[in-house]
Design a protein around this ligand. Structure first.
Ligand code: G6P
Length: 367
């Protein structure tokens, strides 16, 4: 049967509202209820001797891969490379059989990602795919599939598939850490518990629609918007910028906040909104001092943080959106939602074609 929009104006709005259920379903598939540990399908590869992981993907799926890099390196202590597939496939990096390839794709059909998968296999490496379509070409050609349970995604701009990819990769990082003994059982259980709280917290964020709409009115006339984040939040800054440019045609750039002083700071004045995804956590103070520098140059700082972080940044922020408290581990998953909602609301204000932005395709199956 054809998929409808239900009571929503656009598929994108409907799909944004599916974040809680999709994250929940994806976790349900991954976490063993008896042990409360993430389960990993059998892979003919010794997890203790993986020397490196290479992640390849396109678009938002690439940002999920970039986030996974932080998680896997921190928790499982394996070196990770993450590349856009269109670069990876022609760079033809040397790989060794004790390395693992991971491709991430909603459709499982993106041409560049497919080519990356095939290249990895020519190098004698196993490939794991994180896909939303289990019958897809990538799924069929992979050694191992970790499925995102996002359901069909119709909006060209990915939303729920992205948080599902993040959820799978977060679970995978913990499964690796468990197999390799790089995290204690207690710590893994605490991180799993943080994952399990995500559906309820995602639902809370969806209730902040008015707040997000108010923010959208403040950036709809901007010519340029900068998104900043650090550590595992950096890819979420990239996702915020990508969504905004795709949907509203406003030029936006995502940047690691610590790199701001090497370029983007030259752009900052009162006409350029600076949006920071900055939850409390290890890099909070560092990011805050970067934002301080942006504020000192007249930047209009819009902060997405928790209540503690928002309090600390109140002096420099012109706008603050307070999100639920969470373990820094899961913050990228949670903060992806408001940046996507923001792009959606700006697109509504600008009257663009939300579900079908100009020049874009849902699945890019040609090079
Ligand atoms: C297109 C879509 C994006 C998506 C990317 C990768 O550009 O508009 O939303 O992230 O393709 O697609 P995939 O199916 O491989 O995840």
């Amino acid at each position: 049967a054809a998929i409808g929009k239900g009571n929503f104006r656009h598929f994108m709005e409907k799909e944004l509202h599916e974040h809680p259920i999709v994250i929940g379903d994806t976790l349900h598939r991954m976490i063993d209820p008896a042990t409360r540990l993430p389960v990993l399908p059998a892979l003919d590869l010794d997890l203790n001797t993986i020397s490196r992981i290479c992640i390849s993907a396109c678009g938002s799926a690439f940002y999920a891969g970039l986030t996974a890099r932080y998680w896997i390196e921190e928790y499982a202590r394996i070196a990770v490379d993450a590349d856009v597939a269109s670069e990876f496939r022609y760079r033809e990096p040397p790989l060794h059989s004790d390395e693992l390839g991971i491709v991430v794709s909603q459709s499982g059909e993106t041409a560049d990602t497919m080519a990356a998968l095939r290249y990895i296999r020519t190098q004698g490496c196993k490939v794991m795919s994180v896909v939303n379509v289990p019958e897809s070409t990538m799924a069929r050609e992979s050694d191992l599939i970790l499925e995102t349970i996002a359901g069909p995604e119709i909006s060209v701009a990915s939303t729920k598939a992205f948080t599902a990819q993040l959820t799978v990769l977060a679970g995978f990082a913990l499964a690796l850490a468990h197999a390799r003994g790089t995290l204690s059982r207690d710590r893994i259980e605490a991180l799993v518990a943080a994952l399990m709280e995500l559906p309820a917290k995602a639902a809370q964020i969806l209730n902040e629609e008015d707040e997000i709409r108010r923010l959208a009115t403040q950036i709809q006339d901007a010519r340029d918007v900068l998104f900043f984040g650090r550590g595992s939040m950096m890819p979420i800054a990239l996702e915020g910028a990508l969504k905004l440019k795709e949907l509203s045609y406003i030029h936006a750039e995502g940047y690691p906040a610590g790199e701001m002083k090497h370029g983007p700071i030259a752009l900052i004045d009162a006409s350029v909104p600076v949006i920071a995804v900055v939850p409390s956590g290890p890099l909070f103070e560092k990011t805050a001092s970067n934002l301080q520098e942006a504020a000192a140059r007249g930047g209009r700082i819009i902060v997405l943080s928790d209540s503690e972080g928002a309090k600390k940044l109140a002096g420099i922020a012109s706008e603050v959106v307070i999100l639920p408290d969470c373990d820094p581990f899961v913050a990228p998953i949670l903060y992806a939602i408001p940046v996507q909602m923001l792009a959606y609301q700006v697109a509504i204000l600008k009257g663009t074609d939300v579900d079908q932005p100009r020049n874009l395709a849902k699945s890019v199956t040609v090079e």
